[in-house]
Design a binder for this molecule. Structure first.
Ligand code: AHR
Length: 539
């Protein structure tokens, strides 16, 4: 099932003198770090739902009411904020009514992904009759909400704006949130074993409406958004609506959509809780996850780093219309998107186990969101299991956590704390990029970057050292506080391609240590190709 992997890059290592510096300004708050920055995404795509999550109650694979036990037990440890479902592009072909009621009576449909994506490939023939091609609807709203409850996350449902009308959306709201046995749909919910409302607050109004979600123009989307969200029943909840935001750097989408909402007054913009931004730093189908050169190591990290300018530029445009800054960004799809592992069955679309490089992509993104705690309310890597930038990798009774999982475990320490200004000075990492014409161009990435937060006299600092070979001896200065003691946790390897596989599930794991030194300045050496967390107790 697993690829054997590319030859290990055993880089010669050296330690530079203390040429780097991090200054943490404890008294310069940025904003509170939303626990929803550590959210997730589940779509009916490849092996995400069927096999990754849903194995069925009668499966020999250990499960809780049909949901894979290993996944629940490990996901719970990450304290996930929100889980988004059922897509993605799948959401705009989905009718939620197919996925409720007795399982043996639910209809079977052709899955959007199998029908549109695979059709031209050999894989389509190989899919046979599995649920990845013929959606059994055995996992639907109730099973999804059960998963959320098991792991302590809030459900986030995406409404179908392309192929179902407003009424279907309103009935879904009613099914989820109306009081027990008071309406037709809440009676149906009770009949299905869920008398208490699901209390779903987060609702996505479409997904990628500029593409698979309807091919709308931003002006058309604004009109549809107003229609879908006019006079929504709240059932006593504060609904948190998320708009289908831009594809990467498409500022025109943000500008014109906000302009279109504002046509009917600023109240329309204020309906939004979040504006969804999607950005994948690794493009579809180019290379498998564990085959890359040292230059390609940097190349991907530099592309991931573009998240910062995306956040800043969309935020600026949003502010032209939302002067009171009521709407935050929800980066509800992000990650490195590699080619499917050739050893994975075709039904597991875009499945692979990420490497150390993907772990750095995770850390770099989470640091970016944390640095912009005042702007980003939610972030969800795509996707939870077996697809793209996943936390888990499964195949039948096999299960492993991926490199990304460890970063989420480390970074969760920031949740709910106050992000504070942190300045990094370090020599840049230089590399060579091959452009589309295979011409070599010089490129660079910062030498160290990260984020810091403070809560109850505890300072958490997370740092990425992207350099493949050089450790960075670094002076860390705390302005406005002094360190009593501290602990470290580092994820790194001498092999840039290190990862966890079924055969070697502990191939990449963080290691703990203690901080030596105290006071307002300490020295710490960041290992090459590493993600480090320092938890510092302040006096
Ligand atoms: O995450 C996979 C797909 O990427 C999602 O369905 C879609 O929204 C995006 O294009």
């Amino acid at each position: 099932m697993m690829a054997t992997g590319a030859a290990a890059l055993l880089a010669p290592r050296s330690t530079k003198a203390a040429e780097s510096r991090i200054e943490i300004l404890v008294n310069e708050p940025i904003g509170q770090i939303s626990p929803d920055l550590y959210s997730h995404f589940v779509e009916h795509l490849g092996g995400v739902v069927y096999d990754g999550i849903w194995v069925g109650e009668k499966s020999k694979i250990p499960n809780y009411n049909g949901i894979r036990k290993d996944l629940v037990d490990n996901l719970k440890k990450l304290k996930p904020g929100v889980i988004r479902y059922p897509g993605g592009c799948f959401a705009d072909q989905y009718d939620w009514r197919d996925g409720v009621g007795p399982r043996d009576q639910r209809p079977t449909r052709v899955n959007f992904w199998a029908d549109t994506h695979y059709k031209t490939t050999k894989a389509y023939e190989e899919l046979e009759g599995g649920p990845q091609k013929y959606e059994s609807n055995h996992f639907g709203t109730d099973e999804f909400v059960s998963l959320c409850r098991m792991v302590g996350a809030q459900p986030y449902l995406a409404a179908n704006m392309r192929s179902r009308d407003v009424r279907v959306f309103l009935e879904w709201l009613e099914y989820c949130n109306a009081p027990a046995n008071l309406t037709t749909w809440s009676t149906e919910r009770a009949k299905n074993g869920y008398p208490q409302p699901h209390n779903v607050q987060f609702w996505g109004i479409g997904n990628e409406s500029w593409g698979c979600g309807g091919d709308f123009t931003p002006e058309e989307y604004a009109t549809e958004f107003r229609k879908f969200t006019a006079w929504l029943p709240t059932y006593g909840l504060q609904l948190k609506l998320i708009g289908s935001g831009p594809n990467g750097g498409d500022l025109n989408w943000t500008r014109k959509a906000f302009e279109g909402l504002a046509l009917k007054g600023s109240r329309q913009i204020a309906k939004l809780y979040g504006w969804g931004l999607h950005y994948y730093c690794g493009s579809t189908g180019q290379q498998v996850a564990n085959e890359f050169t040292e230059n390609e190591w940097y190349d991907l990290l530099e592309r991931a780093n573009r998240m910062e300018s995306l956040i800043e530029s969309h935020w600026q445009v949003m502010g032209e219309y939302d002067r009171e800054r009521r709407v935050k960004l929800a980066v509800d799809e992000w990650g490195a998107w590699h080619k499917q592992d050739p050893d994975v069955p075709p039904a597991y679309l875009y499945a692979y186990a990420g490497t150390l490089r993907d772990a750095l992509v995770s850390a770099l993104n989470l640091d970016t969101f944390q640095r912009h705690a005042d702007k980003v309310a939610m972030a969800n890597p795509a996707q939870l299991v077996n697809t793209i930038h996943s936390m888990f990798y499964t195949y039948e009774d096999k299960f492993t956590v991926t490199s990304n999982y460890h970063v989420f475990e480390m970074y969760g320490a920031h949740a709910g704390a106050t992000a504070v200004r942190t300045d990094f000075v370090a020599p840049k990492a230089n590399f060579t990029r091959l452009d589309a014409q295979r011409k070599e161009t010089p490129a660079s990435l910062w030498g160290l970057n990260g984020s810091a937060s403070v809560k109850d006299k505890q300072l958490v600092l997370t740092v990425v050292n992207p350099h493949a070979r050089d450790a960075r001896e670094t002076e860390i200065a705390i302005r406005g506080g002094a360190i009593k003691s501290g602990k470290t946790r580092t994820l790194t390897s001498t092999d840039l391609h290190a990862r966890n596989t079924f055969a070697n599930p502990h191939g990449l794991e963080p290691k703990d240590g203690v901080v030596s030194g105290s006071g307002s300045t300490i020295t710490f050496t960041f290992a090459p190709a590493s993600v480090t967390r320092l938890v510092l107790d302040l006096s």
